[in-house]
Design a protein. Structure first.
Length: 84
């Protein structure tokens, strides 16, 4: 057996207003994408946004349907595919 340890450092902000403007923009785009989330089965709304090297911000939201495990699209993956 090999034992591994993972350490994570992160910063916590009290408000979105403390973020740099570029980071705030990405968060606001992800929040806006929540409005398009369709999650009638899990009731777990997801919005995602990412910034491409070009500076363009792409976003998306989860879209569930009756064949949940086969057709639901993870929005982080969807946003990446949109940016291609």
């Amino acid at each position: 057996m090999i034992k591994h340890e993972i350490k994570i450092a992160f910063e916590e902000y009290a408000s979105i207003d403390e973020l740099r403007p570029a980071d705030r923009r990405i968060c606001l785009e992800a929040e806006k994408a929540l409005g398009n989330s369709h999650s009638p089965y899990s009731n777990f709304k997801v919005g995602a946004a990412l910034q491409l090297q070009s500076g363009r911000v792409v976003s998306g939201s989860n879209q569930e349907n009756a064949s949940l495990s086969l057709r639901a699209v993870c929005r982080a993956r969807g946003a990446v595919l949109l940016g291609r």
